[in-house]
Design a protein around this ligand. Structure first.
Ligand code: CDP
Ligand code: MG
Length: 856
């Protein structure tokens, strides 16, 4: 059955959707991952090639079938017509010197690792080498994955320009956006996009080469792609349609890929590209500023601009946007108190006897101001800058519109000096030419996940040594440069060496769902470059089982066997639907349930609004004058009034904060979503635009999943009916099942701290409805919440009221039942005290998180 004749004919047309093929696929993956060996080592009786393929990649094909040949030079050379100045710039790139060895390694090996400093030309040049060597054709493309959208878009632009090819040929695809055509031969995409493509076509038959770029970033999808590709490559070889895998990485530490026996049976060759890097002098701060790192950055930039000669440009590494810099200027007077610096004991030698111009104390913040060219300049202090050129300041971050991002690559207007304020996207993904000074605040904004609740929040923390060194390296691309670190060397020594791979740090339920959709059941056996912690895998399976995305294991036998069974559950039909939505599984379940009663437009809006944080303006900030205090108070009153209106009447009100979200979005869209309407009604304009965008994207996604849903992308919508609002509450409950809370009961209320509090399934401590919630005063008996935030207390945000009798119906796995039953149903498990009841009947009295409720 393995070699069923039909499946080998024309790779492009191959559809892997039939159940039989899925079975086969699954068998193959499982076999491969169980043995940890290359499935392709088995002798193959029939290797079939199509004529088109033979012609397209002669070298590659020959290589695989006649592996004894010492070298397989590409037989085809596709000429590229580059502009002279492009060609000249290319020749300066270090990677050009390695073209021959790179191509030889690729011709002779299925998997190659290319390691080279950022800026050496990996991303822009390797696809061109492959193109010229005939690795693309009408039937096969080069796919390049990037962990960041910015990089995917801007690199495709750059490569198209360098090669003088149309964007129809060199294209990009990011989550919902792209310009891929039938002619596309070089395709840049985010790693998530390729993962979705694997779901549709496990063998990735439309690619001849897959390049995993920025592998050192260890993004979750990159890791999983490498694991999957380690299986796809031998499968493709077996089919006689070899696929080349190239892993590109900026920093070293590629051992996780090369020395991982579970990944590749033969250690892939590593090609090291030596970058032409000019020396960068590192200047540490004597002391480490505690909080105001953005103000500190600002001052440092001003100082560099005043005192140091121009490189081509200046650059600012900071996780904040320019706006914050303006704000920080007002704050700075408060922060200077001379202190002995305990950190200041180590001196780092300065390269090449350069005078450390920054030796003076960093505390002299007064007067280091400069009129940044930011429009509404508000510089009160005016010690005039010595520097004659104005600064031309550009932001650079992932969500910035592509055309604005492209600006950093263009020369600044004549008579100005460029200063780029960038997030860590400039650390490795993008190389801005001609940077001479880097100011590194040493911080990184990262998402953190609460181990218990899985709730994520962004926090600013110290970065790793590897990242700090990457940042510094950006100053020495075209001439010797300087890096100013806004922290002491002692602090640097305390940084972790490398950042831990993302996969080990976050909940993995979305990933596990995607893997299950690929029929990888024994996730625990998957060849992860670095496996996630076993508890994270177990928690993810648990949640997915509870959501109904995985088929529940039969709860017989011992607890241990049950646990093993739980770790290899197959995906359910519901899970398959959920896996197609580009949102987290909890939200995906809500979408999957929402075709009923025309709830989809509302669920899409709720999911979008929950994804975009902070819909409403924050008026509780400290004011500078009495006048402002009064103004803020007025605005807050207006917002509260509007929220009460948006919360609706009757049963709509029970939807609580989610109804307020719906009402706000609806009202805003009816008013045309203008900045004026938002300003007057306490809505954040940017958030509303983002919600509109997400709604459009999700609508498209839903339409493509259920072709007959026929949803219109019309931002306007009617308010839900009372019945719909009730369905919506059930839909939200079904998705956020582990986020149910009930009001404190009698025994808890003996303790004062439980006054007005709620008990959740996940926490022992009391939690409260957030004061900003519309349900703050109503205190419904049962609620479901979007997230818990911890400030002075644990607060629930995004709260809706739910009816207790819905819980056993919608969330049987979350119901514990009281004392052992006299006549237990077959699904009763004495060890866990749980009943797997899909149809709870009047006999079962629910007693744990629920008050006694009779259900029929
Ligand atoms: O991938 P890697 O970091 O090794 O280098 P790259 O991104 O391929 O960049 C190679 C060179 O192209 C760098 O010197 C960049 O400054 C330059 N480049 C550019 O000038 N404009 C772009 N839009 C992209 C890259
Ligand atoms: Mg790159």
């Amino acid at each position: 059955r393995r070699h069923s004749s039909g499946s080998e004919s024309e790779p492009e047309e191959e559809s892997h959707s039939s159940e039989e093929e899925k079975e086969e696929q699954k068998e193959e993956i499982e076999k491969a991952s169980d043995s940890g060996l290359n499935a392709a080592e088995k002798p193959e009786e029939s290797i079939k090639k199509t004529a088109t393929n033979q012609q397209a990649v002669p070298s590659a094909t020959v290589c695989q079938t006649a592996s004894n040949k010492p070298s397989c030079k590409p037989a085809v050379f596709i000429p590229v017509d580059r502009a002279p100045e492009i060609q000249e710039a290319r020749l300066k790139l270090p990677i050009l010197a390695e073209e021959q060895s790179i191509m030889e390694a690729i011709n002779e090996n299925p998997v190659v690792v290319i390691c080279g400093e950022t800026g050496s030309g990996k991303t822009t040049q390797v696809p061109q080498f492959l193109y010229e060597a005939g690795y693309t054709s009408s039937t096969g493309a080069i796919g390049i994955t990037e962990p960041r959208r910015v990089a995917a878009v801007s690199m495709s632009q750059r490569v198209a320009k360098e090669m003088n090819l149309s964007r129809r040929v060199v294209s990009y695809q990011i989550r919902y956006e792209g310009n891929v055509t039938d002619e596309t031969q070089i395709k840049f995409m985010t790693d998530g996009v390729l993962l979705k493509e694997i779901q549709k076509d496990f063998l990735l038959s439309k690619y001849k080469v897959v390049i995993i770029d920025e592998a050192h970033e260890r993004s979750m999808y990159t890791d999983i792609l490498i694991g999957l590709l380690s299986r796809i490559v031998p499968l493709r070889e077996k089919k006689g349609l070899p696929l080349k895998l190239i892993i590109m990485s900026a920093t070293l530490r590629v051992e996780d890929f090369t020395e991982n026996k579970r990944l590749f049976s033969a250690v892939p060759p590593v090609i090291q590209v030596d970058a032409r890097q000019f020396p960068v002098t590192i200047h540490f701060n004597k002391k480490t500023p505690l909080d105001d790192y953005s103000g500190e950055c600002f001052r440092k930039v001003c100082k560099i601009h005043r005192m140091l000669p121009s490189g081509d440009d200046d650059k600012e590494e900071s996780v904040e946007e320019i706006r914050k810099f303006k704000k920080s200027r007002k704050r700075k007077k408060a922060m200077t108190l001379p202190k002995i610096d305990l950190d200041n004991y180590s001196v780092i030698p300065v390269d090449e006897g350069d005078e450390d111009r920054d030796a003076e104390t960093d505390d002299d913040v007064a007067g280091s101001d400069l009129d940044l060219d930011l429009g509404d300049a508000d510089s009160e202090e005016d010690e005039k800058s010595d520097s004659s050129l104005p600064l031309y300041v550009l932001p650079l971050y992932s969500l910035l519109a592509p055309e604005k991002q492209a600006k950093v690559f263009r020369p600044p207007p004549p008579g100005t000096r460029l200063c780029v304020v960038a997030t860590n996207v400039a650390e490795t993904s993008l190389t801005i030419p001609g940077i001479k000074y880097v100011v590194d605040c040493g911080k990184v904004k990262k998402r953190f996940y609460d181990k218990i609740t899985g709730v994520s929040s962004f926090r600013v923390t110290w970065t790793s040594q590897a990242s700090a060194n990457q940042r510094a390296g950006r100053a020495g691309r075209t001439e010797p440069g300087h890096c100013y670190r806004l922290y002491s060397s002692a602090v640097f020594m305390d940084f972790e060496q490398f950042s831990a791979p993302e996969i080990t740090k976050r909940p993995v339920e979305d990933l596990i769902l995607q893997m299950k959709a690929l029929n990888i059941e024994k996730v625990i056996n998957f060849p992860f470059p670095t496996p996630p912690p076993a508890e994270a895998l177990a928690a993810a399976e648990e949640l997915l089982i509870a959501l109904g995305a995985l088929k529940e294991p039969l709860m017989t036998g011992r607890l241990k066997e049950q646990q093993t069974a739980k770790l290899s559950c197959p995906i359910s039909p519901l899970g398959r639907v959920m896996a197609t939505f580009p949102v987290a599984p909890r939200y995906a379940k809500m979408l999957a349930l929402s075709r009923q009663h025309d709830c989809l437009p509302y669920t899409i809006t709720i999911v979008s609004a929950m994804t975009v944080r902070e819909l409403f303006e924050e008026y509780d900030r400290p004011a500078v004058s009495e006048e402002e205090t009064a103004k803020l108070k007025g605005k807050k009153a207006r917002l509260l009034q509007m929220q009460r209106i948006w919360a609706g009447q009757g049963l709509l009100q029970k939807l609580g904060d989610l109804m307020v979200m719906l009402g706000a979005v609806g009202a805003c869209e009816y008013a045309g979503c203008t900045p004026k309407f938002c300003e007057e009604n306490g809505l954040r304009y940017k958030a509303m635009l983002e919600i509109r965008r997400l709604r459009g994207q999700l609508t498209t996604a839903v339409n493509s999943v259920c072709s007959d849903a026929g949803l219109y992308i019309d931002p306007k919508m009617k308010p839900p009916t009372e019945a719909q609002a009730t369905y919506l509450r059930q839909i939200v409950l079904a998705g956020l099942g582990d986020h149910v809370a009930r009001r404190a009961q009698a025994e808890e209320l003996l303790d004062d701290k439980w006054k007005n509090a709620y008990k959740t399934a996940l926490l022992d401590e009391p939690v409260f409805i957030h004061p900003s919630s519309i349900l703050f005063k109503q205190l419904p008996e049962f609620v479901v919440y979007q997230e818990i935030v911890e400030t002075t207390k644990l607060y629930m945000k995004g709260v809706s009221a739910v009816e207790p009798e819905w819980i056993p119906v919608l969330l049987p796995p979350y119901c514990h039942f009281g004392k052992p039953l006299e006549n237990p149903p077959p699904s009763y498990c004495p060890e866990t005290g749980r009943i797997r009841c899909h149809r709870p009947s009047v006999f079962y009295r629910v007693s744990w998180q629920l008050p006694a409720v009779e259900v029929d």
